[in-house]
Design a protein around this ligand. Sequence first.
Ligand SMILES: [Zn+2]
Length: 581
Amino acid sequence: MSINSQAQNNSDIAFEVSFTEPQAHYVDVEMTINNIKKDDIILKMPVWAPGSYLVREFSKNVEDFTASANNERLATEKVRKNAWKINTKGKKSITVKYRVYSFEVSVRTSFVDESHAFLSSTGVFMYPEGSLNQPSTVTVIPHKNWKKVSTGLEPVAGKKFTYYAKNFDWLFDSPIEVGNQDVFEFMASGVRHEVAMVGGGNYDKEKLKIDMAKIVERETAVFGENPNKYYVFIVHNYLSGGGGLEHLNSTVLGASRDGYTNPKTYQGFLGLVAHEYFHLWNIKRLRPVALGPFDYDNENYTTNLWIGEGFTAYYDNIIVQRIGAYTPNQWLSVIEDELNAVDNKVGNKSQTLSEGSFDAWIKYYRPNENSNNTTISYYMKGSLVACLLDLQIIEASGAKQSLDDAMRYAYNEYYKKKGRGYTDAEFKAVLEKFTKQNLDQFYADYINGTKSLDFNKYLNYAGFKLVEQATDQTKPYLGISVSKTNSSEIATVSRNTAAWNAGLNVKDEIISINGQRVSNALTYVENVAVGDELDFLINRDGIMKNIKVKIKTSPSKKVRMQQLESPTEKQKAVLEKWLSL
Ligand SMILES: [Zn+2]
């Protein structure tokens, strides 16, 4: 699309990116700044990428930073880990050059090699301090063998591979793929969609166009409008891939190169498409107050990732069901699996959803060997909370409304009318409006507390009950996992298990049990009885130790969702609405 030429002429910041040494993983950046009115200018690079809640210190990859005016070198000084001060000597225009080492494969970090370049903008571009609202242009000069550029940024009319960003938030939210990607397009909900496939794969383009268009249409129906004219999916196909990152009018997805013909892997891919696309509303536009405008220098704290991520995770599965790629039974078994996973997660009793969200920066994104004991996933538990609220809304409205109506209302109210994010209290009020309930206790128990979700109560609205499966109390359980590369080495110890109580430690090398040499303690323990006391010989940092371990049974439980034999008319109506039949 061409853009308003007025806006274009007003952009005083122009970037040019080129690739003189792609094989060594460098992108070369030249930044020209015009109309400078100060003697000192500070350029900064963000420390994190919105959507991925970890300070990544992108400036660690910057090299050879120089500034000049009319080919005369200017003095520069590093003043912060991510900031450079330039003395402009009164010059109105300056040129800054630097290189960025780009060799981290992920959806939120840049990667360059001889085959292609993926530029994650927060780790490539700098902004003049105090100028986040300024527009800029980016001109990409592909390496000699590369032919294509894919990005959500607006193309500038008449200038090949030149793009316009109306402010730095848009620039930082627009990744750029350069290379020989396989590009195809489809229209859905009045929006032109580009799919850029990188790295090959056994995908069927025609099938993808149909299924992805259905996802777009079903999600647009949830919110009542699609705010974009153009949207780009950048798909990185790896030997084994997963994960994605959402942006305002684009997304980056990691997929398994040859997984498209495997039905389960393909359902997973559609779920990922549905997840990242749903984010263009939920979190990118309908968002907690802390998530935009962003502070690019520091952590941006929110207690609401269980809404931004958890609700999105709930919808990604529902949407796959709504387009017919999951049967209703497959979808219900996904919910059942999540329920069991959350119930059996030890950390579910330690961390609340709001804490999990707030501490994402130091916990979820920085897991360690003890994380399973201390953290919950705001994706999975947030998804189950969304499920409860969905059922409550359907029940309260006599099967006329669902969580869709609450999401559409919140989008209109906060993003469209007020033009800002929601506070914790405001989102709670939206949920109360649609569930027709005071949610103080619900929040105290499930959002700010660690009480187990009362699924039975809510499932009953749809004519289901939870049945606890009898667990085998004679089954021995040690409570460790072992290292993937060395099955003698302990990788994790689960809270309140035999191993935990006895004092087996992470990194202990298990040499023998009851005098027998073992290569994998888990296999050995399968054949002992609950109550047996085993004599472990372990190597801890070069010192041999004997540890007695009294074997217990596994604390994990399994529940199944079972349909009631004769559901009422109301329960049938709730189920029908829930499944969007
Ligand atoms: Zn997400």
